[in-house]
Design a binder for this molecule. Structure first.
Ligand code: SAM
Length: 450
């Protein structure tokens, strides 16, 4: 019988995409993938290190895996992803049951690393760079959904924001040739996928070394050209995340206006509304630069959903700085907001800043901002009542057996009554009620307005 591998994924979409890629390589090398620890001969934990809490979770999980399989002495355990890249050898010292440490660029070498561990080598580790001929192909069987697919277009980060660990865990920015991205989009379309997400830490910093695939597509930046080139494939719905404010060219909005299949949702993390804090964060943009970009999005003839990330309690953040963030959040009227309490990451510049904001104050600010956002969000969600949205049906709702669930083009969760046979279809739903984080509606026929 083939050895079975169980992969558990934590963190962002890039980790989901890496796990899909790892699974593809493993199956091609003769492994079977399984859906639970109980069946597995090898357990791989694909980890996240963006905040301390996420990192701590890994060690708890390693303990749980061992406890669950205490009778199976030959079970192999590997830590992959960002924690592996950052902690390296130290993981073996903290958790003696770990056999393999697999860095963020070693995805394609996992089958060989498992072989070495199976041959009895202790402490197998690979923190190396990507190989020259690494493949990005993902088999449809390994995709997280049969309807929505993630396509990485850029990996790594060159921004070095003072709070962020990503440049250290994922290395420098590296863009995939557009020809590969377009070919993958076409393959997914032929397989019946209705939606793709172009993903990367900073998608709009996309800068491939070669022109291939972009010829004939105009645009102010390579990313704008890529958007137009991918839209031309006819893939029904195209979303992209995350955008970096400094590199957000207004031509992105123009490309969306020209192409109905480029979805009406933009995720543009601002992190803070205070210029003083933005400078300490080394974001490379001011509050006014950010608001200029938001103005262009809001003035678009297409109504676009806008989402963002905020960090509260960054070292040195005063009440006045925080209130500037509150004001910015009110002004931007985000459709949704991810709020994080600042978490000190060893090795980042901000780790040496004097952390003046006590944990209790971070919680107070978190809750205040959450309240402000919730009030704005309720109004925004209410404004969808009576509108018809185009919804990709992704499956049954977890809340009710009678309801189907999916996302609109503006990336809202929409639930409605319908037959399971609609799964994978794009349907029109008339919104009849709004909750804080989702919409409820009834299935209608006729054209959707996005
Ligand atoms: N590259 C994007 C950007 O910075 O615009 C986002 C990438 S990051 C993986 C996702 C979010 O996690 C960030 O936007 C930020 O709000 C949050 N984050 C990153 N480092 C953090 C830290 N040290 N403490 C708290 N939140 C953090």
């Amino acid at each position: 019988m083939k050895p079975r591998v169980y992969i558990e994924t934590f963190g962002c979409q890039m980790n989901v995409a890496d796990s899909e890629r790892a699974a593809t390589g493993l199956r091609a090398s003769g492994y079977d993938l399984c859906k639970s620890i109980d069946e597995a001969d090898v357990v791989l934990l694909n980890t996240c290190s963006v905040r301390e809490k996420a990192e701590r979770k890994v060690y708890t999980r390693i303990g749980e895996v061992r406890a669950a399989r205490s009778g199976k002495q030959d079970l192999l355990v590997g830590v992959m992803g960002c924690v592996a890249q950052l902690e390296g050898e130290a993981i073996f010292d903290h958790a003696s049951s770990v056999n393999m440490v697999i860095g963020t660029r070693a995805t394609d070498r996992i089958p060989t690393l498992i072989e070495r561990a199976r041959d009895g080598q202790r402490r197998v580790i690979d923190l190396g760079e990507r190989g020259e001929h690494d493949v990005w192909d993902v088999s449809p069987v390994e995709r997280h959904s049969p309807h929505v697919a993630f396509i990485p277009i850029i990996e790594g980060c060159n921004k070095f924001c003072s709070f962020c660990i990503v440049p250290y865990s994922r290395g420098r920015e590296r863009s995939r040739p557009a020809s590969e991205i377009i070919a993958e989009t076409r393959r997914l379309q032929a397989l019946g996928y209705k939606e793709i997400h172009l993903i990367g830490q900073n998608v709009n910093s996309y800068r491939p070394r070669v022109e291939d695939g972009l010829e004939g597509f105009p645009g102010a930046t390579s990313f704008c050209r890529l958007l137009r080139a991918v839209a031309a494939t006819g893939m029904p719905r195209i979303k992209f995340t995350t955008s970096f404010p400094r590199d957000f060219h207004p031509d992105i909005v123009s490309a969306i206006e020209e192409n109905p299949n480029l979805c009406d949702w933009i995720h543009l993390p601002v992190q803070s509304g205070s210029d003083r804090i933005l400078k300490l964060m080394r974001r490379g943009h001011k509050r006014s630069d950010y608001l200029d970009r938001i103005q262009r999005i809001k003035k678009s003839r297409r109504r676009m959903a806008l989402t963002s990330d905020i960090i509260v309690g960054f070292p040195g953040e005063t009440e006045e700085d925080f209130q500037q963030t509150v004001e910015l959040v009110k002004e931007c009227e985000y459709d949704s907001l991810y709020i994080f309490k600042y978490s000190k990451r060893a090795g980042t510049p901000a780790a040496s800043f004097h952390d003046t904001v006590p944990e209790s104050e971070k919680t107070v600010r978190f809750l205040e901002l959450e309240k402000v956002q919730r009030a704005a969000q309720i109004k925004i969600y209410q404004s969808y009542v009576g509108r018809t949205l185009s919804v990709l049906v992704e499956g049954q709702s977890s809340r009710s057996d009678d309801d189907l669930t999916g996302h609109s083009t503006c990336h809202k969760v929409v639930n409605f009554k319908g037959d399971q046979s609609l799964e994978g279809e794009i349907v029109d739903v008339l919104v009849t009620a709004a909750k804080t984080n989702s919409l409820y509606g009834t299935l209608v026929s006729g054209a959707a307005v996005g």
